[in-house]
Design a protein around this ligand. Structure first.
Ligand SMILES: [Zn+2]
Length: 198
């Protein structure tokens, strides 16, 4: 798929596009997606969470997938935000959270340093697909939303979707996250991202 065709398929929510000032080329790319409208678009549900201090992230070369782990409930970004505030963090550590019905909720602002993968937050985006995928399976809607979202993020940051740019949390830290049932599907997810990316 040519870039302009891709643009027709992917769109950001207008509010999401305006969240933070972006460098010129990035802003142009996001504006183009936004202008594309798009029945198949990526829409990010705004959550209007209040954070303690956040630092800007200046490098982005990997997107890291997570699950919730301790519950398979359909928890919201607002709930995880409260958990992470209670940890003494600035707020929710993930940049995006994907609900069971495939709704993508905004977590930490996209161009800020997250709190989701020890030692790797300075150059990564964290996406949480809610559930416990040690014991349960992600929904089809979650997988599709994740593929679309990650495809847009790859475009936005100039990343070619591959096993080098799309990882599971366990690739970096000693953790079960994102759960065996999601991790074993990671090659399929990457292939899905590649389809939306083209
Ligand atoms: Zn994780």
């Amino acid at each position: 798929m040519k870039r302009r065709d891709f643009i027709k398929h992917i769109t950001w929510s207008a509010a999401g596009a305006l969240l933070l000032p972006l460098a010129g080329p990035l802003r142009a790319a996001e504006a183009a997606w936004q202008a594309g409208g798009g029945a198949a678009g990526v829409r990010v549900k705004e959550t209007y969470l209040s954070f303690r201090s956040l630092a800007n992230r200046t490098q982005t070369d990997v997107i890291i997938l997570h699950h919730i782990g301790n519950t398979n409930a359909d928890v919201s970004a607002a709930t995880v935000h409260q958990w992470h505030l209670a940890n003494g963090w600035a707020g929710i550590g993930y940049h995006y959270l994907i609900r069971k019905d495939g709704t993508i909720e905004r977590g930490r602002p996209r161009d800020t340093v997250g709190a989701h993968c020890y030692g790797e937050n300075w150059h990564s985006i964290g996406v949480n697909i809610v559930g416990n995928f040690e014991t349960n399976e992600p929904t089809a809607a979650q997988i599709d939303a994740a593929e679309r979202l990650v495809a847009v993020l790859c475009r936005l940051y100039g990343l070619v979707p591959s096993g080098d740019t799309i990882k599971g949390h366990r690739d970096f830290n000693a953790t079960a996250c994102p759960g065996e049932n999601l991790y074993e599907r990671l090659p399929d997810v990457i292939a899905g991202v590649q389809r939306y990316y083209r």
